[in-house]
Design a protein around this ligand. Structure first.
Ligand SMILES: Cc1cc2nc3c(=O)[nH]c(=O)nc-3n(C[C@H](O)[C@H](O)[C@H](O)COP(=O)(O)OP(=O)(O)OC[C@H]3O[C@@H](n4cnc5c(N)ncnc54)[C@H](O)[C@@H]3O)c2cc1C
Length: 285
């Protein structure tokens, strides 16, 4: 990788994938893509369970979970999809922008998904105004309880525990905002309405972090077993030499990248919501 080429006019030309900023964009695209795919598969599984199980209790559990997740599954991946498509243009520079290459068409096509079937703004209002309070807030509380159980267990993991701790801190931020929505619903109804879209995004980052971390746990165990079987100890060298090892190696790095680079957006969103700034309501358009 040519990290010094910026300062060295005589540095050799390299493929763009050698540039750290391009690698950052590719990794953001990969982490978001794998994360939103996991979220959609998770929702599809819940849908199948709710639809086909003959166990009434299981049907109810799956239905409730899907009910709560639906606005998030509609809005979070479609916003990220557009973000990924704009990054794809940026990765390719001017070639990406020009119509001949085709990436700009993906960007335009991706944009519609946050508009039709209910705009993402309306999905966010559905989350905050309806799903969070549904059944006396039970759907949301169940979601938080299950998330916390995962975090408690994952924090003890021998290699990935630190990522679970990061997730725990983000969980606390969204829980704190949700608590304020509930406590102040009667006295300050505009607060959740103004905060709905950023809140949905924050919750999406938390859910996707959990799903990617679950994948990383599986990958860690599989990679460890494979390395023991082959009698190797250098995971990076092994990953360059073995397709399965490369898959597990990348899964762990993808979860780490998402939690270290994208999950911190929750901090900014929480800070933004806490300002309770209402200048957009006062501005003249
Ligand atoms: C290519 C394309 C294909 C489509 N295909 C179909 C189809 O097959 N079937 C179908 O039924 N429809 C279809 N639609 C219509 C689509 O469902 C609507 O465009 C979509 O629901 C948004 O409604 P709208 O365009 O009237 O926007 P508006 O409702 O006018 O929204 C404009 C803005 O106002 C916000 N907004 C609106 N109401 C509220 C509110 N109460 N609170 C807060 N914010 C609000 C929105 O979030 C958005 O930012 C299609 C649209 C397009 C562009």
């Amino acid at each position: 990788m040519h990290v010094l080429s910026m300062k060295d006019p005589n540095a050799p030309r390299v493929p763009i994938v050698e540039h750290p900023d391009v690698r950052r964009m590719l990794m953001e695209m990969r982490a978001m893509s794998e994360g939103i795919r996991a979220l959609v598969y998770h929702a599809a599984r819940l849908h199948s369970l709710a639809e086909y199980t003959e166990d009434e209790a299981e049907h109810q559990r799956a239905s409730d979970r899907l009910e709560f997740l639906t606005p998030i599954v509609k809005a979070y991946p479609t916003d990220r999809g557009f973000e990924i498509a704009t990054m794809a243009i940026q990765v390719l520079g001017g070639v990406g922008y020009c119509r001949e290459y085709g990436v700009e068409q993906y960007c335009r096509d991706a944009k519609i998904s946050s508009i039709y079937e209910g705009t993402n703004g309306v999905q966010a209002l559905d989350l905050v105004g309806r799903k969070m309070t549904m059944k006396g807030g039970r759907l949301f509380m169940t979601f938080m309880t299950e998330l916390s159980a995962f975090i408690d267990e994952a924090t003890g993991h021998e290699a990935l525990g630190g990522l679970a701790a990061d997730l725990g801190a983000a969980r606390d931020k969204v829980a704190n905002i949700a608590m304020q929505f509930m406590q102040q619903a009667g006295t300050d109804p505009i607060f959740p309405v103004l905060s709905a879209t950023p809140f949905l995004e924050a919750l999406g980052h938390v859910i996707v972090s959990k799903l990617l971390l679950e994948q990383a746990h599986i990958a860690y165990a599989k990679q460890k077993a494979l390395m023991a079987e082959k009698g190797v100890t250098d995971e990076e060298a092994f990953a360059k030499d073995n397709d399965d090892a490369a898959f597990y190696y990348n899964k762990k790095l993808t979860a780490r990248f998402f939690i270290k680079n994208i999950l911190p957006r929750v901090d900014a969103i929480a800070a933004r919501i806490q300002t309770r700034d209402e200048s957009c309501l006062k501005a003249i358009f």
